[in-house]
Design a binder for this molecule. Structure first.
Ligand code: UDP
Length: 485
């Protein structure tokens, strides 16, 4: 049944605060566009590091958080993610409060702050200013459940005195430390296969190896960050998800036990506003003219997102796997993504012309949503970031998954084992396995099965964003909810 949506007057202003990474900025800007279309005025509060380009959004107000960006730049690689989260949630909290205070003085119709869940330090700011805070989680619900499992399960296991389960064994450093015993790091490498593949209590679909690992170098640090992130999310007024009910209804029900907040599943965001210019890099449009020359479903699109980095040996395994598969491919190689190289230097001489014989094309960054929508694209070899996974689902393109960290592990498992719309590379980057899997997905019966499954899901996506569909209705509910503050 359609809900009646109250209208925001032009004065109702929302302040949105993204985490400064490509995979977080894009969905937050898409969300901002969606809410702007519902007549809210929008302010994007942003760091000076990785700041979005205001010229692409003349209808928004941009407010930089005073900061040189230098500190964040030095913390921006993945090894420093914990320090980065610590930094932004401590050092930037006062500047954010000052920005919001000023804004609220100038414009008394600021009604809500919407932040990425990783800005957990802003909950106290919002409370102090009596400004409702809603969080946006850029991953899906399934991977969020795995992400928060170490905190929530450990609490429960302690209370129910059931002792240490396998998940806790993975994180035993923390346990032993807290009990004052000798510190013995237990990692996936030291677990045997059956332990790593065991299912985890209360998380029926997951295996121990899918769950987040605490860095042996700083297990307590990660645990504490997770703990405050969970608390900050539970204290927020509501959670907005870039996913849709038909895909994750079951996971949502399970999540409600620990997060009773209202949940708004209004994705896929980019179906409301396609191909927005939220890219922090220049997209090479020749990717599309190259695809134009190819028959339908004949090209494998290869891209590992904005953060993943490779050792030179892994990069060469990818190159040889692609070459040996004899399939056409469009490959995004981000400059600086191969350790010790600027761009393509490690490739063998004449790789594209002689070895691949013109079947391949390499770019630095592609217009990914357009590439996935192109008729020539037959499959997507991805790192399984949530935006990439969702974009592929929306275009009905089956996936080959090479996950490395964070939510990618869970996304890959769901793609291969739950939704059955692709296959997961099990042995990292190994040219023989890569060649076989590419052939299987591009040219085999199995590929056809994935294709059929993903087309079914694509149909549901198309319905959920239309009037009366689940995401459409949830968006109406969100607007009404914000206007009720
Ligand atoms: N992307 C793009 N061009 C590329 C590669 C990626 O525009 O060549 C975009 C892609 O469409 C997606 C985002 O970058 O929206 C990557 O987000 P994701 O969550 O998949 O991965 P992350 O970069 O956060 O690891």
């Amino acid at each position: 049944m359609d809900t009646i949506t109250r209208k925001a007057s032009k004065g109702h202003r929302l302040v949105l605060l993204p985490l400064p990474y490509q995979g977080h900025i894009s969905p937050m800007l898409q969300l901002a566009n969606i809410l702007h279309s519902k007549d809210f005025s929008i302010t994007i509060l942003h760091t000076s590091f990785n700041s979005p380009n205001p010229n692409n959004y003349p209808h928004f107000m941009f407010l930089p958080i005073p900061d040189t960006g230098n500190e964040m730049h030095s913390l921006s690689d993945l090894k420093n993610i914990l320090q980065l989260l610590n930094y932004i949630n401590t050092e930037l909290v006062d500047p954010i409060r000052a920005c919001l205070e000023r804004l609220m003085k100038e414009d008394e119709r600021v009604v809500c702050l919407i932040t990425d869940v990783h800005w957990f330090g802003t909950q106290s700011v919002a409370d102090g200013l009596k400004l409702p805070r809603i969080v946006h989680r850029t991953s899906n619900i399934s991977s969020f459940r795995s992400f928060v499992a170490p905190v929530l399960l450990r609490d429960k296991e302690i209370r129910s005195a059931r002792g240490v389960n396998l998940l806790n064994k993975l994180n035993k450093i923390t346990w032993q430390k807290s009990k004052g015993k000798k510190v013995v790091p237990i990692t996936l490498k030291t677990m045997d296969k059956s332990e790593a593949s065991a299912s985890v209590s209360r998380l029926e679909t997951f295996e121990v190896k899918d769950l987040p690992k605490f860095l042996p170098s700083d297990p307590e640090g990660k645990y504490k960050i997770l703990e405050v992130m969970v608390k900050g999310t539970q204290e927020a007024r509501a959670i907005i998800w870039n996913t849709f009910k038909e895909l994750e209804e079951h996971e949502l029900e399970a999540l409600r036990e620990d997060f009773p907040n209202p949940h708004f599943l209004i994705g896929p965001f980019h179906k409301f506003f396609p191909a927005l210019s939220s890219s922090l890099r220049t997209q090479d449009q020749t990717s599309l003219s190259w695809l134009d020359k190819h028959p339908p479903k004949s090209v494998l699109y290869v891209s590992f997102g904005s953060l993943v980095r490779f050792e030179e040996s892994q990069f060469l395994e990818i190159a040889w796997g692609l070459a040996n598969s004899k399939q056409s491919f469009l490959w995004v190689v981000r400059p600086g993504s191969v350790e010790g190289s600027e761009w393509l230097e490690p490739l063998p001489d004449g790789f594209l012309e002689r070895i691949v014989e013109g079947r391949g094309y390499i770019v630095k960054w592609a217009p990914q949503q357009d590439v996935l929508a192109h008729p020539a694209t037959g499959a997507f070899w991805t790192h399984s970031g949530w935006n990439s996974t969702l974009e592929s689902i929306c275009e009905g393109v089956p996936m080959i998954c090479s996950s490395s960290f964070g939510d990618q592990l869970l996304n890959a498992r769901y793609v291969s084992d739950v939704w059955r719309i692709g296959v997961k590379l099990e042995n990292g980057f190994e040219r023989g396995e890569i060649e076989n899997v590419i052939k299987k997905v591009m040219a085999d019966e199995k590929g056809l099965e994935f294709k059929n499954n993903i087309i079914n899901i694509k149909r549901k996506v198309n319905l959920c964003v239309k009037k009366g569909g689940s995401s459409y209705s949830s968006l109406e509910d969100l607007v009404n909810y914000i206007l009720s503050f």
